[in-house]
Design a binder for this molecule. Sequence first.
Ligand code: ARG
Length: 465
Amino acid sequence: MNEKQKKKPWAGRFKSELDPIVQKYTRSVHVDRRLAPYDIQGSRAHVRMLAAQGLVTSRDEEQILRALGQIEEEIESGQFPYRDELEDIHMNIEYRLQEIAGEAGGRIHTGRSRNDQVALDLKMLCLQTAIGWRAQILEIQKVLLERAQELKTSLFPGWTHLQAAQPLSWGHYLLAFGEMLGRDDRRLAFFQELHSTSPLGAGALAGSTLPLDPERSAQELGFAASFANSYDVVGDRDFLLELLQIACQLMLHLSRLAEDFLYFSSTAVNWIELPDSLCTGSSMMPQKKNLDVLELARGKTASVLGHATAVACLIKGLPTSYHRDLQQDKEHLFATIDAVIGTLEVIPLVVSGFQINQERVQNAMKQGFLMATDLAEYLVTRGTPFRVAHERVGKLVAYCLEEGLTLEQLSLEKLQELAPECGPEVREVLKLESFLRRRWHKGSSGLVSIEQQIAHWGERIGALS
Ligand code: ARG
């Protein structure tokens, strides 16, 4: 047996060396080294628990803790000797611990398996990620709120089916994303609560004959509780998949925002403009100013959906308990985290930076009969059944289309000819400026509601930051 084979903790049972092709195929340290800080934290809690339970001496505990400190420094400074032949980050750290602390290092894996170890590390990383995402979401919400306040009375043509529908305030529009992200934030908060269970002490699948105290290490690591069932917890990846599912929802929201902004700033629409600092050019066409950053937000959303689907497929065919397939979960997790963090970083720049091309928007507002529904509702207030009102306004719109007029340009006589219920105040109803004033109920796009929303988010964000 050569030096490399001796390093394997399971070497005792094996008669021949691992084939190098299999070694290369099964290793994961190039990916899971990202778990190192959590592995060290988990090992610290584990050795303290072992010492408290009399399973290692306080001298061993001290030596192990000191060696873990050194390993931490080596990793941070890029000096840590990663070894592919030791498969993963867990065995790399344990091996290095033995190199530094000698026999004491050989005691760290007492009552522990890589199965509970990897579940612990992953869970800590996922919970930490949720904290980070929530902080980033809060930053976006602050920017959304600021711009909503600034643009609460500024209107543009809202759409359904991509067809002009009714006016919408930019403030109301931006606050819609505040709501979407608010739901994502609550999903993450519930995620943190639901998965605050430490797997440490579950061992390979069945716990240990040694007098472990999983509750102690759980507490030290900041979990609300330790696992209730060792068999459940070693194979549990609900938390990982759930984080990716939350990422899907979050990215879908950001992708829709990106798509909207791409549309708003397209050459044909041209309602908004982004600062040059957020845009890129073309290698061939000198005049181009592209919003690649938003296209990439859309594109990265596709990747995240793929990663979540991949993990769901990974788990779908698995029997209960730990299986090595689960090693693959990390690639998807890490790629998702990077895509989400990057997108959450970029979106606030876009929201704070966009400028409205008022002339283009005002022109667009004159088209599409945006006040037709308000007119029909005005007829309802004059006693007309809504179905009849709808028909009458439809006829007025048809007349305008024939004559090349807007509803606002119609004379009172013409309005009364096709909709006899109209009084002189109808002129006021048809003015775009009345749109924000004539809606009162909660959640509507009227100014009262927009101000309520701003106050609500101001309070929430104030309380959180
Ligand atoms: N590298 C493995 C993973 O990430 C660690 C667990 C290995 N456990 C085992 N019994 N082979 O899933």
